[in-house]
Design a protein around this ligand. Structure first.
Ligand code: 6PG
Length: 238
């Protein structure tokens, strides 16, 4: 099925008629980028988002036979819950992506027990220093409110989360609309990625994206588009 291709300086729109077709195409792009990274620097560093959207994409990617033993998978963000929780992004990734061929990948999670989200973020920040930055691939989601990662519009200290010059890797997030406290990669680490995909599905999210790129109040996803070193590849299906 022909796909819709729209471009602007900040993003490329890749529209698909079916969600399964999107999942296969996005998985192919991500696998290709990881393979290129492994050829160039011996490893591939991938950060993925959680939520309800990525499962089909994760399943398609997990089956692609690349050198997964040279891939490190981490999370764009995480709810402050253990992997056993149904709200856990680590649990979602373990069950859907780290299966099949992708089982051989190394998984660096964000959640661990801590007395506060601030303490958890500080220890994550130290632990993730040793990863082979920059990200080769990051796959973002987006909420209808224009949030991405855990950059919620009502987050405390949103400016710190969105600071493109931040030297932080992981930051704590308190936002009433987020449910639990969150741990998130900083915008600075996300926009440094070699390939940034935004995976959204449904008319509500297309409307939300169109509104985020139109003139008007700046939503968090717009901060990523504006700061990204390369155009963000948007993958959308109805
Ligand atoms: O932890 C999370 O929830 C995600 O990382 C978040 O940024 C997600 O991508 C959006 O909220 C979209 O979520 P859905 O895919 O569930 O709509």
């Amino acid at each position: 099925m022909a796909r819709e291709q729209l471009n602007s300086a900040a993003y490329s729109w890749n529209g698909f008629a079916e969600r399964q077709e999107l999942a296969a195409a996005l998985a192919g792009h991500v696998a290709g980028r990881l393979t290129k990274a492994i050829a160039e620097r011996g490893t591939g560093l991938l950060a993925v988002s959680g939520g309800n959207t990525p499962a089909k994409f994760f399943a398609a990617l997990s089956a692609i036979p690349i050198a997964w033993d040279k891939v490190i998978v981490t999370l764009v963000d995480e709810r402050f819950v253990p992997a056993s929780s149904p709200r856990s992004n680590a649990g979602l990734v373990a069950a859907n992506l780290l299966q099949n061929a992708a089982k051989a990948a190394r998984f660096v999670t964000l959640y661990h027990e801590a007395t506060s989200i601030e303490d958890a973020a500080s220890s994550d920040n130290a632990a993730l220093q040793s990863l082979p930055w920059p990200l080769d691939v990051v796959v973002l989601g987006m909420g209808p409110d224009g949030h991405t990662a855990s950059f919620f519009p009502d987050a405390d200290d949103l400016a710190r989360l969105l600071d493109p010059s931040s030297d932080r890797i992981v930051l704590p997030v308190h936002a009433a609309s987020a449910g639990e406290p969150r741990l998130t990669l900083s915008l600075a680490r996300i926009v440094d990625a070699g390939f940034i995909a935004l995976h959204i599905e449904g008319e509500d999210k297309r409307t939300a994206f169109d509104s985020a790129v139109a003139p008007g109040p700046r939503k968090p996803i717009r901060a990523v588009l504006d700061a990204a070193r390369k155009p963000v590849e948007v993958f959308w299906a109805p």
